[in-house]
Design a protein around this ligand. Structure first.
Ligand SMILES: C[S@@+](CC[C@H](N)C(=O)[O-])C[C@H]1O[C@@H](n2cnc3c(N)ncnc32)[C@H](O)[C@@H]1O
Length: 211
């Protein structure tokens, strides 16, 4: 069993591939399996430090796209000009602030400016399982709220959450809001870790909303 944080094969692979963290391979696994980011141009990445998901998204969207990372700490990865960073607490961040940081809604109906919202948000763990799960559920719920406010119809969601009380409700919410809604444990996530990822493809809302 690999202890979380231990230097495993993925750690060394990420170093070799020039990624800031091995968590990139979890996103890669989810993206490959569900075909999420193909065609996405405008991506929000919540909990982006140190920046491996930003690096992956930057390659996916290319110079014509735009990626915004949000975290309490800035990315350390080297990133191209079409990636921006906003230092903020996601629990206090509003949809309007995201839309503005994305460069305005650019005429998107109702301010809907995102093709994809990704969240790898994770609380600083205390070892008290129910408290860590409750904080993780709070962060994931905020990611879902922002996705519901900002995704264009057809948009996609990936959001990490620790398994435990309150997660079934989040899974139900994703199943209702997206054509495909699932909970997924990606390759690269250690068996001992409580993390799973909520995956939504084909956002059903947003067509008529004004703000
Ligand atoms: C697992 S790391 C993300 C790794 C990142 N996906 C990557 O590939 O480099 C989780 C991040 O969530 C951030 N985070 C936790 N709570 C947050 C909050 N309330 N607001 C913003 N960021 C938060 C942490 O600072 C941490 O950098």
């Amino acid at each position: 069993m690999t202890r979380p944080g231990a230097r495993d094969a993925r750690y060394f692979r990420a170093k070799r591939d020039g990624y800031a963290a091995r968590s990139v391979y979890k996103l890669e696994d989810i993206d490959r399996r569900y075909g999420l980011l193909q065609g996405s141009r405008r991506v929000l990445d919540l909990g982006c430090h140190p920046g491996s998901w930003l690096q992956y998204c930057a390659q996916k969207v290319g110079p014509g796209g735009r990626v915004l990372g949000v975290d309490l700490k800035p990315p350390t990865a080297g990133l191209p000009s079409w990636v921006d960073y906003l230092e903020a607490d996601v629990l206090e961040l509003t949809a309007a602030e995201v839309a503005e940081a994305m460069g305005g809604a650019q005429g998107a109906k109702g301010g809907r400016c995102l093709d994809a919202l990704l969240s790898d948000l994770a609380p600083r763990t205390t070892g008290v399982v129910h408290a860590d799960v409750a904080k993780s559920v709070e962060l994931a719920a905020r990611a879902l709220e922002l996705a519901e406010a900002l995704l264009k119809p057809g948009g996609v969601l990936v959001a990490k959450v620790f398994q435990g009380a309150g997660v079934d409700q989040l899974i139900r919410r994703v199943k209702q809001a997206y054509k495909l809604g699932k909970a997924h444990k990606p390759a690269g996530s250690t068996k001992s870790s409580r993390e799973i990822y909520l995956v939504g493809r084909g956002f059903k809302g947003g067509a008529d909303k004004k703000s």
